[in-house]
Ligand binder design. Structure first.
Ligand code: DQQ
Length: 660
């Protein structure tokens, strides 16, 4: 039978209230009968019975009456203009895209309190943005970050500081640096750490001067014997670098960690900017002592029309299959400077224009100071992103303990500034992610939460060989669904895939109708932070599209549009194509932590982070559902494991004995 014929019995997930409300009760009943009568559904019911000890099954039809009743319109509100923060000071927008609407949602304190995370890093209060100068020093992982000590909005930027033995449990330390000199009085902005072979730590950061000029400054620890690096001394001769005359004084910022070049025994750093044709550019300087610098002629790289490059990051990854798990310490090894086949160089820039972090894999030639992408079509700013959701101004560092490269990104808010002020905090940090070159695809990175995150896993529930029929969803047991780690592997039978008769190659996450849409092979996946009536739910799913030549493309998406009944929030459908190689099953990992959902597909080839602000699906009312809206046939979840996650219980520095 042509699979399209089955569409008469198709019951999609609820869309918006108006769509749901137009469906008559009579037609609901008819679809229910059709579903129950269908052989496939009987098989589904049998398979569900088999799993009855673990799950409480409901198919879509069971819930329909309440869905019809309670689903709400999720439409953008007409928003008031708001005060823009950042651009006038010479950095990208630091206000969420939501302006405080005239009639904003009546947030209760308990709803707002619930949004604080359990195991993602965030300061105790106030505003934070970019991760700065991550470094391992004498037994501690140090994380510095852009911080406003006075308010939950961007401004008065100082460096917050926290330390951890495992990057999961943190101690909040006193501010590391504050704007107190003419060369950083308008903000101690983003910077990076370099540890020299003699153990000296060099912190290079951007200062916004009393005239709002962007200059680079040096700070070093006041006491290298202090593993907590509590005190920092700004170099008396700061600034060490001022903007070159051909660039705008507000477009010269965010120095990278230095890499060592054997050819002339100098350290090199890159700094982002833009030229007068609006091309994003990275400049390179060399130094022997971190005090005197010389600009290397030419640019490391430039991409037309990409605008200002913030927070450039540049590092080497191993491309050899045999040592793929080995990250490369570019401060010790000379691997940045040669063109071996088994080394690739990653260039990342945070695009001021669209506030996303783009990277490309390529090769660096230190002799002519040029980096070239392996594939021009996916150059920096026009191709791959670290994350297809909200994730910006990221930075990596090399962990000498476990010989790995670790990435952190700033996860902003997508609610209103008004709500942030009421919460008393804004923004948080992504989970620390290990970064490796994908030796299978040879075209992208793999990002994965550091293994230390796993220690927070508490009790788990595993389901195996769960078949989910078309147009179905059911609840999976998870009692503390606000903090979860979900790992799942899906399979679509070849016979199902072969049913494809029409191409839908135009599919994309953002235009494909979200989780409530339907195609032959998707969407299917999870609804997290979902209440029983599914009026609030955040969908994490795959959708397989087919091109006219028969090839399949797998899309990995988040649908935030039903994540909250509140309207003063940005809610989108986000995601992208994820590479799936022949013979691979589809895998995803989802970390739910109150107002953040951070997901990884195919072992980290594609990542998506969403901020979500449910009003009903909180505390005990939050649940997890499996759903399948694919019309071509059932999907098999070969295995699903759901762990409830503990909290990292970060603590304040006690200040008495110098040890947290
Ligand atoms: N954040 C810093 C800048 C950087 C921007 C200012 C990126 O140094 O360019 O808070 O978010």
């Amino acid at each position: 039978m042509d699979p399209r014929d089955t569409r008469s019995s198709y019951v999609p997930l609820p869309t918006t209230a108006d769509e749901a409300a137009t469906a008559s009760a009579a037609s609901s009943r008819r679809r229910l009968n059709l579903l129950v009568g269908a052989t496939s559904s009987l098989l589904l019911l049998l398979s569900l019975l088999g799993a009855a000890l673990y799950i409480s099954p409901h198919n879509g039809a069971d819930h329909e009456p309440s869905l019809l009743k309670s689903n709400e319109q999720v439409q953008p509100t007409i928003l008031e203009p708001a005060v823009s923060r950042g651009p006038s000071d010479g950095v990208s927008e630091k206000v969420s895209a939501v302006r405080s609407p005239a009639g904003s949602f009546p947030w209760s304190n308990s709803m707002l309190q619930w949004q604080r995370t359990g195991f993602h890093f965030q300061p105790e209060k106030n505003w934070m943005n970019d991760p700065n100068g991550p470094v391992y020093y004498k037994g501690w992982y140090h994380l510095f970050y852009q911080y406003n000590p006075d308010a939950a909005v961007w401004g008065n930027i100082a460096w917050g500081h926290a330390v951890s033995h495992d990057m999961v449990h943190w101690y909040h330390l006193p501010l590391a640096m504050v704007p107190d000199q003419w060369y950083d009085i308008n903000g101690v902005w983003t910077g990076s750490a370099t540890v020299g072979p003699d153990g000296q730590v060099y912190m290079l950061y951007t200062g916004s001067t009393n005239a709002s000029v962007q200059v680079q400054n040096l700070a070093i620890p006041s006491d290298l014997s202090d593993p907590l690096l509590l005190h920092w001394t700004k170099y008396e001769g700061n600034p060490v670098l001022t903007p070159p005359s051909n660039l705008l004084p507000k477009d010269f910022r965010d120095p990278t960690t230095a890499w060592f070049d054997n050819s002339d025994s100098t350290w090199r750093i890159a700094i982002g900017s833009k030229d007068d044709s609006h091309a994003g550019i990275a400049l390179v300087y060399k130094t022997k002592d971190f005090i005197s610098y010389e600009q290397i002629p030419g640019l490391l790289h430039k991409v037309a029309k990409t605008g200002m490059w913030e927070c450039v990051d540049f590092y080497a990854v191993s491309a050899s299959s045999s040592s793929a798990n080995q990250a490369i310490d570019t401060t010790v090894l000379a691997t940045m400077s040669n063109g071996q086949d088994d080394v690739r160089h990653v260039l990342k820039a945070s695009m001021d224009d669209d506030r996303h972090d783009y990277y490309a894999v390529g090769r660096y030639n230190a002799i002519n100071n040029k980096w070239k992408p392996d594939n021009d079509e996916i150059d920096v700013g026009i191709g791959l992103r670290y994350d297809w959701g909200i994730f910006y101004a990221s930075k990596t560092f090399f962990d000498p303990v476990k010989q790995r490269r670790i990435l952190w990104g700033w996860i902003g808010e997508t609610d209103s500034e008004k709500a942030d002020i009421r919460k008393g905090w804004a923004s948080l940090m992504s989970l620390p992610r290990t970064v490796l070159f994908d030796v299978k695809t040879k075209s992208n990175l793999l990002q994965w939460p550091v293994e230390e995150v796993d220690q927070l896993r508490l009790n788990s529930t595993t389901f195996t060989n769960l078949t989910i029929d078309t147009a179905s969803y059911f609840r999976l047991s998870a009692s503390r669904a606000a903090q979860l780690d979900i790992v799942a592997e899906f399979e679509i039978k070849n016979t199902t895939l072969e049913k494809a008769v029409e191409a839908d190659e135009e599919y994309s996450c953002s235009t494909g109708g979200g989780a409530a849409g339907s195609g032959l092979f998707g969407p299917f996946g999870f609804l997290v932070l979902a209440d029983k009536s599914l009026t609030e739910q955040t969908a994490v799913y795959f959708y397989i599209s087919r091109s006219s030549n028969g090839s399949l493309k797998t899309h990995f998406c988040h649908d935030e549009t039903r994540s909250s009944k509140a309207t003063d929030i940005v809610k989108k459908v986000v995601g992208n194509v994820v590479p799936v190689l022949s013979g691979e099953t589809l895998t995803m990992r989802i970390l739910v932590d109150h107002s953040i959902v951070e997901s990884f597909a195919q072992g980290g080839r594609s990542c998506i982070t969403s901020r979500v602000y449910p009003t009903k699906a909180i505390d005990d009312a939050a649940g997890v559902y499996l759903f399948n809206n694919a019309t071509a046939g059932p999907i098999t979840a070969k295995s699903i494991t759901i762990w409830e996650m503990g909290s990292s219980n970060n603590r304040s520095f006690n200040g008495n004995d110098g040890e947290p």
